[in-house]
Every structure is written in structure tokens, then in C-alpha cells.
Design a protein around this ligand. Structure first.
Ligand SMILES: C[S@@+](CC[C@H](N)C(=O)[O-])C[C@H]1O[C@@H](n2cnc3c(N)ncnc32)[C@H](O)[C@@H]1O
Length: 228
């Protein structure tokens, strides 16, 4: 992982500033709506395993129907311990229980075999092809990824000239997330035996969009897995 991004996420960006910024630009609300659709499309059985990587502070719970998570046995991970503390409080507030792990998804200690793995606005902050490899190595039945897409010509993840809270402003001085093109993401998953089953979008501030993609193992891979 890029050391500047690691520093930004572990020591610079505060939970308060992150949440204020994400709400102001509509990405918290949009990501929650897209996550809700992914979960509803998977119709989980009681006890199904949900892993949320780079879960952050769990802000999405404020903008979605948190009861949709009740059937799951949930595990949430992130690099940032203080984000995880806030996430833990939030889960309790919504009557949810989860295993919470400080974990680097690029060298994860997560056990394989979740029913659903969710990664919202995470690949932009890591070596994304390695992230896709790690997701696929965990062999989820379904993998939901949410990406940010900018208007043509806007290269930086944070909109130039937008007023942002102080710790975000400090982070963007040194850390530069990489936006992931949809087509390249689909090709990378394809190379790991996963096909894109559904796509959904939500408009957010500054002409940007969030793109949700739902991946599942290709049928030929499933057969191979069963006979192995
Ligand atoms: C843009 S935030 C998204 C947070 C959350 N998914 C959401 O939608 O609110 C990116 C998150 O990824 C986490 N992160 C960055 N690099 C990571 C890594 N290598 N492993 C796990 N989490 C990471 C950050 O700490 C941060 O919480």
C-alpha cells in the first residue's frame, strides 16, 4: 500500500471530519443506498457470513435500513483503529453484533468463504489489483464493490477547490487515491474467475457518480470448486 495513503488513513483523517465530508458531498447517502440494493439482491439466509472490508466508521448505517444486516454473521475490518471504535458504537446503537478486526486487506488475516464481501470506496485507496486478488482469494459467493467515478477531466478523488474539513485537507496534500475504471475492474475480476452480474449508479456532488458492481464466481469456476 502507498505509504502516504496509509499515513492519511491511520494518522491524519479523523472520524468526525470523514463523516462530515462524506455527508456534505452525498457519498455517504449514495453508498448506503447502493449497499442496501446489493444486500437486498442477495437474499441472505440466517447466519450467512457478511464481511465488510475497509468498513470505516460504519456511517452507512445512518442512511440505510440497518435491520437488513440482522440475518448476517458480520465481520468488519479497517486499518484505522479509531474508525473501528466508532463503528463498534454505531453497531451497538443499531442493535447489531459483529466481529471487528484491525486488518490490512492487502495482506488480510480474514478466513475464506464469506457469503457476501462488501468493499465500498476502498479499492481507490489501496493497490487495487492486489485488492481484487485478495477478494477473489477469499472466494465470496458474492462480492459487492462500490467505486467513485469522476466527470471527464477531473483527475483527483477530492474535487479541486472544494472546501473540506481540516484533516481531509491535510491528507490530500500528501495522499492521492487512484480512481479505478469500471472496465478495468471487470477485467481484473474476470481474470480471477468472477463475472459482473449487476451494476447500479447514484449521482453525487460535483458531477461524480458512485458505481456499485456485484460480482459472482463464473459457473465454470463453481463447477471446478465443487469437484476439487
Ligand atoms: C473512503 S473510506 C470508505 C469507508 C467506508 N467503506 C465507507 O464507505 O464509509 C476508505 C476506508 O478504507 C480504509 N482502508 C484504507 N486502506 C486500507 C487497507 N489496506 N485495508 C483495510 N482498510 C483500508 C480506510 O481506513 C477507510 O476507512
Amino acid at each position: 500500500m502507498n505509504p502516504h495513503l496509509r499515513l492519511a488513513w491511520t494518522q491524519i483523517v479523523t472520524a468526525d471530519d470523514y463523516e462530515e465530508h462524506m455527508t456534505a458531498i452525498g457519498q455517504a447517502q449514495a453508498a448506503a443506498a447502493l449497499t442496501q440494493s446489493i444486500i437486498q439482491a442477495t437474499t441472505p439466509l440466517e447466519g450467512a457470513r457478511l464481511v465488510i472490508v475497509g468498513a470505516g466508521t460504519g456511517q452507512m448505517l445512518d442512511f440505510m435500513d440497518a435491520s437488513l444486516l440482522r440475518p448476517f454473521q458480520i465481520t468488519c475490518t479497517d486499518l484505522n483503529r479509531s474508525f473501528l471504535l466508532r463503528l463498534e458504537e454505531r453497531l451497538t446503537r443499531y442493535g447489531l453484533q459483529a466481529t471487528i478486526l484491525e486488518d490490512d486487506i492487502e495482506q488480510t488475516a480474514l478466513p475464506p468463504g464469506p457469503d457476501l464481501l462488501l468493499a465500498t470506496l476502498v479499492l481507490e485507496h489501496i493497490e487495487w489489483r492486489r485488492g481484487v486478488k485478495m477478494f477473489a482469494d477469499l472466494r465470496p459467493q458474492t462480492c459487492g464493490v462500490i467505486l467513485q467515478e469522476n466527470p471527464v477531466g477531473m483527475l483527483s478523488a477530492v474535487t479541486p477547490d472544494r472546501q473540506v474539513p481540516p484533516s481531509i485537507a491535510k491528507a490530500v496534500e500528501i495522499a492521492h487515491p487512484t480512481l479505478v475504471p469500471q472496465t478495468e475492474l471487470i477485467a481484473a475480476f474476470d481474470g480471477r474467475g468472477y463475472e459482473c452480474r449487476a451494476r447500479d449508479t447514484q449521482e453525487v456532488a460535483d458531477g461524480k457518480r458512485l458505481i456499485a458492481m456485484r460480482f459472482a464466481p463464473r459457473m465454470s469456476h463453481r463447477r471446478k470448486d465443487y469437484s476439487a
